[in-house]
Design a protein around this ligand. Sequence first.
Ligand SMILES: Nc1ncnc2c1ncn2[C@@H]1O[C@H](COP(=O)(O)OP(=O)(O)OP(=O)(O)O)[C@@H](O)[C@H]1O
Length: 287
Amino acid sequence: MSQTNATPIGATPTDTAQSHDAILEVQHLRKVYGSGPTAVEAIGNLDFSIRPGELVCIVGPSGAGKTTFLRCVSGLLQPTSGAIVLEGKTVNGPPEGMAVVLQEYGRSLFPWLTVQQNIELPLLEKKLDKATRQSLIAESLEAVGLGGSASKYPWQLSGGMQQRVAIARAIAFQPHVLVMDEPFAAVDAQTRAELEDLVRTIWKTMGVTVLFVTHDIDESVYLGQRVIVLSSAPTMVLEEVIIDLPEVRDQLSTRALPEFADLRTQVYELIQRAKHERYSPTPASAA
Ligand SMILES: Nc1ncnc2c1ncn2[C@@H]1O[C@H](COP(=O)(O)OP(=O)(O)OP(=O)(O)O)[C@@H](O)[C@H]1O
């Protein structure tokens, strides 16, 4: 186990990113649901940042507050205190420079629209001309390996293909930050491996910043440049692990590396610690 990869937040490259060239800053984020004695403090104090072009994975125990955090990041939920800052602007609603891919592709694609129409929908809001929209749709479908599926309906496609459409829709939007919320939790293992490789390919070819939330420890190590491990709710950053695996990754050879096993063990142990350790957050009623 390589302990040198585990670096408590506050004394890491993240610190530099926060003060210099962060694209996404999570600044002392706190979220309390409700008030009084029944209040639930989901996020205690989240504080980290992401540099442009990074691929960062977030893992944490069940109920850690990942969904709450992503709802704040995507502007769907107002934090109790603290802020999300994207490209220097505080997020107060769905930000222009961000696209989100959710786990439930079945609910995120409109079944009465074709693949092409599903991808086009967010582009209409951007007021792009038809030729630009058509070329973005064609390029994004090619990028996810669905070049011939533009006129199909989502229900004519497998689950993995539907998730590819959701990814195509996200990248056609040309986001600066791509947020993925457990996007492969509902697909089979083989499809999941293919989609993981697709994410890395898109990340490398498009240069987009990716924030990838997952329950899957192996997935976080395989995909990320660093893995941020969250504590149990009320969430804070427990630790972050730098993934210093070779840039070119392969499902067989990368996962067979001893370094991969070390990193997986390290993240696993952190999550076990997160489940069993108690933190002393601010009382929710003080919100
Ligand atoms: N709308 C809400 N009202 C009150 N409490 C909530 C609400 N949404 C979430 N919570 C609570 O906030 C905490 C964090 O929940 P959240 O769903 O964000 O965690 P999660 O990490 O996404 O969970 P999982 O890994 O199981 O999907 C939990 O204690 C949950 O019960």
